[in-house]
Design a protein around this ligand. Structure first.
Ligand SMILES: [Zn+2]
Length: 467
């Protein structure tokens, strides 16, 4: 078979790799959107670089938009085959793809207002919520660790990689010739210290590996006691200063982690008697999905549930879906915690909460995730004295704190640990994708020192023969 790299070659987004079998069948691994590539982004996402009608199947590693987000476009442009993923990935895609379509449609509306003013042709959205709904009909779920015979040439199975709920590494076996060829695609690799999810699982010996390298040049801060630090900030803000604590958090993953930490503090009777609001319709749906998939939970969480069957809910915790209820939070004049998306504070309801609380020193804004350089979250973290929100400037008087120990991506030592299940001498080629150039080069050197015989950094459109 052949392997062609179509995306995530020079960046961390746009994951898309094409397998071409000896009989000419085409199988896509992931079909993600490029994100944050400036002016290039839109054009990169519109151009699929494959003939969608010629693709036989898609195998999806996980639901993050940089891995799944271009599937509605693929279907819209003529792909009629099935999209294979784990059951939890399907559930998460149901909310994330619709959300992605919705955000994209409103962005295009906004851009078109300007284009019309300038006498330019309006742009059509890459896909709509209708297209996203349509694409979801082509999903087929395959549970972890169960070998699925795709056709007479290819079989595959998923293993849990602990990155987000449902996330998987994909292990393909080619039966084209007498000598089977095994290709493993790591997808995004999770942590060995995740609060909720299982650790990345060892996998069968591969001949070829496509490996992510997001944090190929970084080690995470040693996992501080996230609970204690969070409790200190809660007490300082809500008990001492009697203010509001605003926590921008990604709807899926980070929000459930924070709620779980608060739930444990509540059970230990350490959490002060204040109200906690999770204000994001997407977070509410995401939490429901997480509850539905205990197959992804680690032993700690399973033991915890034996004592407390509701790890994402406690007295005085309120999930808010309705926009009017969300607006009502603005007028609350008592100490409380508001957890709301997005994590970088550059979109979503959390922007309103920050606008409403940033000017008062008794409040605290707590960042718990990665913030892209020009996002509101990053300006706050960098200590800006004034920030722009919805076109107006606001003085930053609230305290700004950050906890860095949460991350859904393995650092380089964890990635090396994940790969250590392999007999290195048998890995004919290890391809590095899904990383910035510096991260990939650094990680390549580390892996060479580890003894992998051939580490390749593929370029976009490069094709390799796998024998
Ligand atoms: Zn991911």
């Amino acid at each position: 078979m052949k392997l062609k790299f179509l995306g995530a070659t020079e960046t961390v987004t746009g994951s898309k790799h094409l397998i071409i079998t000896n009989k000419g069948r085409q199988i896509l691994l992931d079909c993600g959107l490029y994100q944050g590539m400036g002016k290039e982004t839109d054009a990169l996402n519109r151009k699929l670089s494959v003939n969608p009608a010629a693709i036989d199947a898609v195998i999806l590693s996980h639901a993050h938009i940089d891995h799944s987000g271009n599937l509605p476009n693929l279907v819209k442009q003529g792909f009629t085959g099935l999209i294979y993923c784990t059951p939890a990935t399907y559930d998460v895609c149901r909310i994330l793809l619709l959300d992605s379509a919705h955000i994209h449609e409103s962005d295009i509306q906004y851009i078109n207002k300007r284009r019309t003013r300038n006498g330019q042709e309006p742009l059509k959205p890459i896909y709509t919520t209708h297209d996203a709904e349509h694409c979801l009909k082509q999903f087929k779920t395959v549970p972890y660790d169960s070998e699925f015979q795709l056709n007479d040439e290819i079989s595959f199975h998923f293993t849990d990689v602990g990155h987000i709920i449902g996330s998987a590494s994909v292990h393909l076996t080619s039966h084209e010739t007498e000598q089977k060829v095994k290709l493993s695609f790591t997808g995004d690799i999770g942590r060995y210290t995740d609060l909720l999810l299982k650790s990345p699982k060892p996998f069968q010996q591969a001949d070829y590996i496509i490996c992510e390298s997001t944090y190929g040049d970084r080690l995470h801060e040693s996992s501080e006691d996230a609970g204690k630090r969070l409790l200190d900030i809660v007490n300082h803000t809500c008990v001492v200063k009697k203010g509001k604590l605003i926590i921008p958090a990604f709807s899926l993953g980070r929000t459930q982690e924070i709620v779980f930490v608060l739930d444990s503090l509540k059970n230990k009777k350490l959490l002060p008697d204040i109200k906690v609001y999770v204000d994001s319709p997407l977070s509410v749906s995401a939490t429901e999905i997480v509850r539905k998939h205990p197959e992804c939970f680690n032993d700690n969480l399973i033991d915890y549930i034996k004592k407390d069957p509701n790890p994402f809910g406690f007295e005085n915790l309120f999930y808010i879906r309705d926009i009017e209820d969300s607006k009502r939070l603005n007028s609350i004049d008592e100490p409380c915690i508001i957890i709301s998306a997005s994590g970088m504070a550059d979109a979503g309801r959390v922007k309103h909460h920050i606008r409403n609380s940033v000017g008062d020193e008794k409040n605290t804004i707590l960042m718990v995730g990665y913030c892209a350089p020009h996002s509101l979250g990053s300006h706050l973290q960098d200590g800006s004295k004034s920030v722009r929100i919805f076109g107006d400037y606001y003085d930053v008087k609230a305290e700004v704190e950050a906890i860095h120990s949460y991350s859904a991506h393995a650092d380089y030592s964890e990635m090396i640990r994940f790969l250590s299940c392999q007999d290195k001498s048998q890995v004919k080629k290890l391809f590095l994708v899904h990383g910035d150039p510096e991260a990939k080069i650094y990680f390549k050197h580390l892996l060479e020192k580890e003894g992998y015989p051939d580490i390749t950094i593929p370029e976009r459109s490069e094709i390799f023969e796998l024998t």
